[in-house]
Design a protein around this ligand. Structure first.
Ligand code: MSP
Length: 647
């Protein structure tokens, strides 16, 4: 591996609410960056947000705020989540930053001056409702692919980048650089796409349709197409045209980590843009699969997103990082479910790793007061355990090259399981009873040493927990500086171990207990007066003040609303609750149109357990008064920001 490592994530649409799909890419990049830093490589990790375009403009308009203010308010969702997840990015770039805008503008001017960008008439199909252009092949039965309405043929002038002229060069580059697009089947996918003639890329949008973007320096009536602007972040983020030394030091990138849905923009648009600019190609574009829930892609519009915060609250940051990386083989899709999360947590972390550590620490404290002994007498099982650890180190090193971290993690867990088998086989508790101290000391030493090496391997994945684990082993922070220092590390002998409380407490899944009446019915008993619980005969309908305040009522602003297909009564709302955006499904469609409800400040139950309504997640409930045929939303008097508690 070279001495430099520059890794990027896609820049996320600032409008979106971060979900585990975004978290996955960012955690994978973080773990790779941490590994490379530990290998002594000069590492740079860039992430950020994509802030121009139609969706941001629309959302800002709906809220009645300037687009930049909207971005400033929503970008924090990503920044705060990355902080919470322990992401060690070196820079967070926003495409609205002056420096980035200047670089994009200069690139456009240069390409225009060199004839790489030209103006031409363009005929496309325009959907007035969606305010979007589509090509002939985008249409579904001649209608808008998004809303199904009629589209109009419109001819407008636009600016085009001569992408087509680089088609042959790009095919050659992909074929002669097998690491350029990974996994290899994604390179084939791109080559398949390149079998058809490549068109030129429309890189402008008339301001009459979209004004929220970077103005073309040579025509003030247009803004830059959002993808042309966004891709440039990978070079503007490391000093292209602003800091020559930094740029020369960082570029080309070692790896652009992306999801499979943005393969074409990265493997076709971006390389041809770089070629036109005369810049070297990134070494690797790695496209991972999707996180699915219930076998469909997690997405805001489907309402099946998993909020990372919920999982973090449940099991901690490190367990969440571990699960995402261990569960997904990055080339393929993976299915997310809470059951899978809990099952893996309990088996890998609570059982295998947690138990191994607590058994070894208890036995060592009992045998030597905690001092990890020198190995004295070798025996059966020693070589097998040492081999499992060596295999784990080799697999982790390989997984850094292939980006398939799940394989390295899996090998590390195999070593943990080998450690547990080793204890079963050598039975140190029996050795202790029988006074076979020489062999006992060796077994305790070998098991502790294996745990230590695995902890170093897993440290970039679970930085806090593995530091804690090494602390239990008595290995001072910084003693082993990462994976490459393992071969030079003699052993843990002499370190003083502490007895530990469980590092990963088991998650207990509470079975739903049937209510007393239901229990009686189950047994076939008749429900009688006697089976009614005592509380039911006390005055009903009264709550204490404490009980009332268990329900958190908050103000919320409706940002967007749409009808739920196939459900006359339901509206799907996107609401702002302070700095948070939530989705809520409400049975108000017969009383309010989407247009009437957008912009209202309503009252919601903010701590209601999320529920699925018609398969769409609803995160809360709005309050309304209903009287026969009338329904009126509960709103607050005067003006009040969203997210304010009511009580
Ligand atoms: N803004 C563009 C990227 C521009 S990069 C120059 C964009 N943003 S995005 O927010 O929609 O998506 C960012 C990344 O998240 C993409 O790599 C996408 O594949 C990934 N994911 C979004 N949903 C996902 C899953 N359900 N699962 C895994 N990753 C997915 O596209």
């Amino acid at each position: 591996m070279s001495g430099k490592f520059y890794i990027t994530t896609p820049i996320y649409y600032v409008n979106d609410r971060p979900h585990i799909g975004h978290a996955y890419t960012t955690i994978l990049a973080d773990v790779l960056a941490r590994f490379h830093r530990s290998l002594g490589h000069d590492t740079f990790f860039l992430t950020g947000t994509d802030e121009h375009g139609q969706k941001v403009q629309n959302a800002a308009e709906k809220r009645g705020v300037a687009p930049l203010q909207h971005c400033d308010e929503t970008v924090v969702r990503f920044q705060e989540l990355w902080k919470r997840l322990g992401i060690t990015n070196d820079r967070f770039i926003r495409t609205t930053q002056a420096e980035h805008k200047r670089v994009v503008s200069e690139i456009m001017q240069e390409l225009y001056d060199r004839g790489e960008i030209y103006k031409a008439d363009y005929t496309g199909w325009y959907c007035v409702g969606c305010e979007r252009f589509f090509t002939e092949k985008d249409l579904v039965d001649g209608k808008c692919p998004d809303c199904g309405r009629d589209v109009n043929a419109i001819t407008e002038s636009n600016y085009f980048f001569r992408m087509s002229k680089y088609q042959d060069w790009l095919i050659g580059h992909i074929k002669s650089n097998p690491e350029f697009i990974l996994p290899a089947f994604r390179a084939n996918e791109t080559l398949g796409f390149l079998k058809k003639p490549l068109g030129d890329l429309c890189i402008s949008r008339p301001k009459s349709r979209l004004s929220w973007g970077i103005e073309l320096p040579f025509d003030k009536d247009y803004v830059c197409y959002v993808w042309f602007d966004a891709l440039i972040n990978y070079i503007s983020g490391v000093g292209y045209r602003t800091d020559a030394d930094n740029f020369a030091n960082r570029w080309p990138a070692s790896c652009h980590l992306i999801g499979k849905d943005i393969l074409t923009t990265h493997s076709v648009y971006w390389p041809t843009m770089l070629k036109a600019m005369g810049l070297p190609m990134p070494k690797t574009i790695f496209a991972h699969g999707w996180w699915l829930t219930g076998n469909s892609k997690m997405s805001k519009s489907l309402g099946n997103v998993v909020n990372p915060m919920d999982m973090i609250d449940r099991a901690g940051v490190d367990a969440f990082r571990y699960f995402l990386l261990a569960e997904m083989s990055p080339g393929n899709d993976a299915n997310f479910s809470e059951d899978a999360f809990i099952a893996r947590y309990n088996s890998d972390l609570a059982n295998d790793l947690g138990n191994l550590l607590s058994r070894v620490s208890k036995l060592t404290v009992r045998a030597t007061g905690g001092v990890i002994p020198e190995p004295v007498e070798s025996g059966d099982g020693d070589a097998e355990l040492a081999q499992a650890v060596a295999d784990a180190v080799a697999a982790m090193e390989e997984s850094l090259r292939s980006f398939k971290l799940d394989q390295g993690i899996n090998a590390a867990m195999n070593a943990v399981r080998a450690g547990n088998r080793y204890l079963e086989k050598c039975a140190p508790w029996t050795l202790a009873k029988e006074g076979k101290t020489a062999r006992l000391h060796t077994v305790l030493h070998n098991a502790a040493d294996a745990i230590c090496r695995v902890a170093v391997l897993l440290e970039p994945v679970m930085p806090e927990k593995m530091t804690e684990l090494l602390g239990v082993l008595g290995v001072a922070p910084g003693t082993i500086a990462g994976i490459s220092a393992l071969s030079g590390f003699k052993s843990v002998a002499g370190c003083v171990m502490k007895e530990t409380t469980p590092l990963f407490p088991r998650i207990i899944v509470e079975e739903e207990t049937p209510a007393p009446a239901a229990k009686a019915e189950k047994k076939g008993e008749k429900k009688t007066e006697k089976t009614v619980p005592a509380a039911a005969v006390e005055p009903v309908g009264l709550v204490t003040i404490d009980q009332f305040f268990q329900t958190k009522l908050k103000t919320a602003r409706v940002l967007a609303a749409e009808k739920v297909e196939g459900a006359d009564k339901l509206l799907k709302l996107q609401i702002e609750v302070g700095s948070e955006t939530r989705q809520l499904v409400a049975g108000v469609a017969q009383f309010y149109t989407p247009d009437e409800i957008v912009g209202k400040t309503i009252v919601i139950v903010a701590n209601l357990k999320p529920a699925k309504i018609r398969g769409i997640e609803s995160q809360g409930m709005l309050l309304a008064a209903k009287d026969g045929k009338n329904l009126k939303l509960v709103t607050v008097d005067g003006t009040m920001p969203s997210g304010v508690e009511i009580g």
